[in-house]
Design a protein around this ligand. Structure first.
Ligand code: UD1
Length: 417
């Protein structure tokens, strides 16, 4: 176990290059098993979830090499199509290998995925959609045995909710189908488009990704490709929130302002100035920010649930009261209890959190419970007076490259009292 130690207050200012998107690279790495050759994937973030994906790829028989943000995956040989429970439990995205393995090998054997505890996170939409495609799925004491008798036949699938992961699994599983699959009510997140663009660069025929209707015409063969992952929009928002919480002037390089422009009004309402030019974004924060009226998480292009915790931390020291409504996950306010230990005034009632801005926060020993919650605690630690120790650094490292953050944030081994 490791801790994040922050000596605050520490202003987030200067220039930071934004890493590649976690939520793109994970499905893209699963998709790389389809290439039957060597894929060169650039702008790959060096985070724990990527290490887990590499472990899974190696376990399946792929050869991988990761150097300087470039990950090379050779999937010429896949020697098995099962994923052991200890790897499945390391992250939620392990389930995306299901669609890829079915498309490559005609079957897969795996268990239920782990990941951040944000309340119940079922995979019923993944499984029922794959069943509609003709995948037979047997749940034997938690072990999922999935196979197809012949090729998957294209069909029309209407998702009951625009689940990001289920959309990705259906795209992957049907990429080699007989005929055409149409997904209605598909998730529209930019990372879905990134996955489709990567698959198309390998020879897939996918249209409409980024809209709620995606058409996948099955192909027989893929070829290796070279591809660069889009910038991480949630990391960009986290860094902007860090700058806003600490009165910083920050320049983000290699970001994509178009992917996050829908949340600019929140920063502007808080009193920040934002300027963008191509892949660069500049945020100037006032000494003290203002509260924001209401933030309601929604599927893309709405306010991202992944940004809820970082923005809550940003507003902990604002002037006025802000209201958050979480509509995507049932239990995504665990960071609030920890922010309160730093002096924040937050009241949680079901899926609503009310944040009354305070004058100052003060360092304390707190605990991360999930990835974006950990990012929120880091922002609050930067804005607090004194030393903040955040237990559970691993959550943060699952999604953030620590090298992007200033020196006042250190990762240290846990010392038992
Ligand atoms: C992805 C993102 C995660 C983000 C989330 C919502 C990745 C790697 N992760 O997660 O960062 O927070 O989208 O934007 O891309 N649901 C079901 N049954 C299912 C699937 C989902 O009930 O079979 C529910 C979930 O419990 C949740 C909601 O649908 O309440 C959204 O989940 P989903 O869009 O699938 O999120 P993930 O793909 O897990």
């Amino acid at each position: 176990m490791q801790n994040i130690v922050i000596h605050g207050p520490c202003q987030l200012s200067g220039e930071i290059t934004v890493q590649g998107a976690k939520n793109s690279i994970l499905p893209i790495l699963a998709a790389s098993v389809l290439s039957r050759g060597e894929c060169i994937i650039k702008n790959c973030p060096n985070i724990l979830d990527v290490q887990t994906s590499i472990e899974i790829l190696n376990y399946l028989g792929c050869k991988t090499k990761f150097e300087n943000s470039t990950l090379i995956v050779n999937s010429e040989i896949i020697s098995r199509n099962e994923i052991p429970d200890y790897l499945m439990r390391k992250m939620r995205s392990s389930i995306i290998f299901l669609g890829a393995l079915v498309a490559r090998t005609g079957g897969a054997k795996l268990t239920f995925p782990g990941g951040c505890n944000l309340g119940p996170r079922p995979i019923d939409i993944h499984l029922s959609s794959l069943q509609q495609l003709g995948v037979s799925i047997n749940n034997i004491h938690g072990a999922l045995e999935c196979k197809i008798l012949d090729k998957i036949s294209g069909t029309d699938i209407v998702l009951p909710f625009p689940s990001v992961g289920a959309t990705e699994n259906v795209i992957l599983a049907s990429s080699t189908c007989k005929g055409t699959t149409i997904i209605e009510n598909a998730a529209r997140e930019p990372e879905i488009s990134d996955l489709a663009n990567f698959l198309n660069s390998m020879g897939a025929k996918i249209k409409g990704a980024g809209s709620s209707k995606i058409t996948i015409e099955g192909v027989n063969k893929f070829h290796p490709s070279e591809y660069s992952v889009i910038p991480d929009r949630i990391v960009s928002i986290t860094l902007m929130a860090g700058a806003a919480a600490t009165g910083g002037n920050l320049i983000l390089r290699k970001t994509d302002p178009n992917l996050i422009k829908s949340i600019f009004p929140i920063f502007e309402e808080a009193g920040c100035l934002i300027k963008t030019y191509k892949d660069t974004l500049k945020i100037n924060a006032p000494e003290k920010i203002h509260s924001v009226e209401e933030i309601r998480t929604m599927p893309y292009p709405g306010f991202p649930t992944d940004a809820q915790a970082p923005i809550m931390a940003m507003l902990a020291k604002s002037i006025g009261t802000s209201v958050f409504v979480e509509t995507i996950f049932e239990n995504r306010f665990k960071h609030a209890e920890e922010l309160i230990k730093l002096g924040a005034k937050i009241k949680v009632n079901g899926n609503v959190a009310v944040v009354e801005g305070v004058e100052n926060l003060f360092g304390a020993k707190i605990r991360a419970h999930d990835l974006r919650g950990a990012a929120a605690l880091v922002i609050a630690g930067l804005a607090s007076y004194g030393k903040t120790i955040i237990e559970g650094a691993e959550y943060f490292l699952r999604g953030y490259e620590i090298s992007n953050f200033p020196n006042c944030i250190k990762i240290e081994p846990t010392i038992e009292d």
